[in-house]
Write a protein that binds this ligand. Structure first.
Ligand code: KG4
Ligand code: ZN
Length: 342
């Protein structure tokens, strides 16, 4: 029935992607992402520039999302937006825009936690992905986050471990920068690693208790290693790029898989769902496939467009909250530090 169809407009602006999506219930009608190219020349995200670019992009991106979905804003049932965590200036743009539009259209406003959205992206109804059964372990790996979360149902989540310093994507990007590769270097490390020997060079794994992660030490050991080797041979990096990338990627995968194995042991949950931009990495994909065969895990990886920062994942949370009648007051404020369940 037509009135069973709920149209949610979702807005994401937590970091350096301005995104808007329109969902009809659990299906994505459009998912527009404007990636800010300006940060490339600085080798990382510059918060002030990100806020300014969001402000420039948000109206065109929302218009495009509505046009692609062929939906008029008068048909919308609610507006969902990323409240946090993220860069405050960036969050403010999306939050203010969402509040104003919901007020103008006189429809409900729904706040969304970006980290919960990375996990609930698995629930988008799309032929290229399967919904994981509860309970499952979610590992969110991106340029901004690294977490292992026990997911008992859509809104019962417990963070079992997270990074104490850099996110795994940052570990990739910073290592790549040390090798002189452009930002974001993660995909390039992945590309070179495919032609290299993962045991050519050894990097120490951090000693962090429990299910928490630390990646800053790895970056330092790569820095010292490269300094030492380039002193002996100035062409060391270019001559060994494949082996260095394969070894760095192998070390990062060992860290991630080690913690996942520990989480499986601790919870006795063998269903693993990953998300975030680093889920594109071929190393993690291979290792998860191996774990399916050797360890009896069932693994889930969303479609890539729902792994990186995007508004469709905000929209699915918006729809799930809409069903529960969980709406947000207009007095809501963005929250740069916003823990899952917080
Ligand atoms: O989810 P995302 O688009 O944005 C953040 O929330 O950070 O993730 C971007 C991160 C970057 O650090 C990028 O280098 C990394 O994901 N990344 C990869 C690969 N593709 C993207 N890292 C390793 N291998 C890849 N294939
Ligand atoms: Zn993210």
């Amino acid at each position: 029935m037509e009135n069973q169809k709920k149209y949610i407009l979702a807005i994401e602006s937590s970091c350096d992607d301005t995104s808007a999506a329109v969902l009809c219930n659990t299906k994505v009608l459009s998912n527009v992402v404007a990636t800010q190219e300006i940060h490339k020349q600085y080798g990382g995200v510059v918060p002030e520039l990100a806020s300014r670019a969001h402000q420039q992009n948000i109206v065109p991106v929302v218009h495009q999302a509505l046009a692609k979905a062929n939906i008029d804003k008068k048909q919308l049932s609610a507006i969902a937006f990323t409240r946090g965590p993220g860069l405050m200036g960036s969050l403010l743009v999306g939050t203010s825009f969402a509040k104003s539009l919901a007020l103008g259209l006189n429809i409900p406003l729904i706040e969304v936690n970006h980290m919960e959205a990375h996990i609930l992206a698995h629930f988008i109804d799309d032929e290229s992905q399967t919904v994981p059964p509860f309970p499952f372990l979610a590992m969110t790996i991106s340029g901004g986050h690294t977490q292992i979360v026990k997911v008992s149902d859509h809104f019962t989540m417990e963070v079992l471990g997270e990074t104490l310093d850099d996110a795994v994507g940052e570990a990739f990007d910073k290592s790549a920068k040390l090798m002189g590769l452009p930002y974001p270097g993660g995909p390039l490390i992945d590309k070179y690693a495919k032609h290299g020997n993962p045991s050519a060079f050894k990097f120490p794994k951090p000693k962090v208790d429990g299910l928490n992660f630390s990646f800053s030490g790895l970056k330092t050991s790569i820095l010292y290693f490269l300094q030492r080797e380039t002193q002996k041979n100035p062409d060391f990096i270019s001559e060994n790029i494949n082996d260095i990338c394969a070894s760095v990627q192998f070390t990062i995968m060992e860290i991630l898989m080690g913690k996942l194995q520990m989480a499986v042991k601790q919870t006795n949950i063998h269903v693993i769902a990953i998300g975030g931009g680093v889920a594109a990495n071929s190393g993690i994909r291979d290792r998860l496939r191996e774990a399916e065969q050797n360890l009896g895990w069932t693994t889930f990886i969303p479609k890539f467009e729902y792994c990186t920062d995007n508004a469709a994942m905000i929209g699915i949370v918006g729809f799930l909250k809409y069903q529960k009648g969980e709406f947000t007051d207009q007095s809501i404020a963005a929250k740069a530090r916003y823990a899952i369940g917080g």
